[in-house]
Design a binder for this molecule. Structure first.
Ligand SMILES: *Cc1c(COP(=O)(O)O)cnc(C)c1O
Length: 365
């Protein structure tokens, strides 16, 4: 029998979350962002749950090829555009739309030989200071692109730095609008946080929204709002079984470094999940888990292949009990990945992307 741990992907949750995003921005088309192998879920595994999207956005050319190989004939957008000139050949061959964020990419396009002109998304750096042309340089880039026979339609794109925080998007929207006001073409501004929080605002909605994390059922602005608050369902469940039980006396400790010391008699369960499965080693005592659907907590240090949970209040639980590390228990109880991420001092994105190769994945409806 294989080691009793698995990840379950819920296609119905992906479909639900996509519908939820559409509801937040009803007039916009939706790019399903599937970069980083669909945030660790696996592009091929989630495709059926996301095929109702209007397009797929990602940044690895290999992943773009994989989406085409699944039979997707609709739009695919490269969020970082091309990295070298020969990438443009793949864009021509597979009909990929690509972001243009710097002069070097325009230089490459100007030298590219293609029968089919490309659809490009010209990116503005409206304050994130990652990729894109500064607002005062944007128009010149647009004019240069517009003069190229290699270019068909030019759309406009920017990315928010604080869509999930108190600062919000107003300043960046204003800069973007000011610099693009009289330019023709479609616009795309919003990630998950901006779509859910400001989707009803015409400025943030534009023609295309680009949700990633919300599709996978994690809240983009936890803990201000939870996935449940946003009406999102977890697309990934990681569960494992209890493979051993111990009884502690006061003063007994648990695991490496003896970080947890019992103050009273306790019953603990050893779970077949550790940091080599993608569970963060940094999660301290008290990180939430579900044992047979009932909330409990971890104890002591997470080891490579195991972690320990408190069974003191759960007399019916024992060897073979199912522990949900995040996601949905068979009872219907939910433990959001965001709570575990918070205990690890990170975000749900990082946990889902870090699911280890060795964890078997089951795709459910
Ligand atoms: C990753 C990414 C997104 C999606 O962001 P989420 O926070 O996951 O919704 C949107 N746009 C760009 C440019 C991205 O890189």
């Amino acid at each position: 029998m294989p080691r009793p741990i698995q990840a379950t992907l819920h296609l119905s949750a992906l479909r639900h979350n996509l519908a939820r995003v559409r509801q937040a921005a009803p007039d916009a088309q939706v790019w399903a962002v599937v970069k980083a192998n669909a945030y660790g879920h696996g592009i091929e595994r989630v495709f059926d749950g996301l095929r109702a999207a209007d397009g797929f956005a990602l940044l690895d050319l290999d992943e773009a090829s994989r989406v085409r190989a699944l039979g997707w004939r609709g739009p695919i957008l490269l969020l970082e555009g091309v990295f070298e000139a020969r990438d443009l050949e793949l864009c021509s061959r597979l009909g990929l739309w690509h972001t243009v964020h710097c002069d070097e990419q325009i230089d490459m396009l100007a030298l590219h030989k293609t029968h089919e002109p490309h659809r490009v998304f010209l990116k503005m750096n409206s304050g994130m200071n990652r990729l894109g042309f500064a607002p005062e340089r944007y128009r010149a880039a647009w004019t240069r692109l517009n003069a190229l026979p290699q270019v068909d339609e030019i759309s406009m794109v920017t990315h928010f730095s604080d869509a999930d925080g108190p600062q919000g998007i107003a300043a960046q929207v204003a800069r973007f609008e000011e610099a693009t006001r009289d330019l023709p073409g479609e616009r795309s501004l919003s990630n998950s946080a901006a779509t859910l929080r400001f989707g009803g605002d015409a400025a943030a909605k534009a023609d295309w929204v680009r949700p990633g994390i919300a599709l996978y059922g994690s809240s983009p602005d936890f803990p201000a709002a939870s996935a449940q608050d946003w009406g999102l369902q977890p697309a990934m469940t990681v569960s494992a079984r209890i493979i051993g039980v111990q009884h502690l006396q006061p003063g007994d400790s648990v695991g490496y470094g003896s970080l947890f010391v019992a103050e009273q008699a306790m019953r603990i369960g050893v779970v077949a999940c550790g940091y080599a499965d993608g569970y963060p080693r940094i999660c301290p005592t008290g990180t939430p888990v579900l044992v047979d659907g009932v909330r409990s907590r971890t104890l002591g240090r997470v080891s490579m292949d195991m972690l320990v949970v408190d069974l003191t209040e759960l007399p019916a639980a024992g060897f073979g009990s199912t522990v949900t590390l995040w996601g949905q228990a068979s009872t219907g109880a939910v433990l959001s990945i965001d709570e575990v991420a918070q205990a690890a001092g990170t975000v749900g994105y990082e946990l889902m992307c870090a699911l280890a190769q060795r964890v078997p994945v089951v795709v459910a409806d």
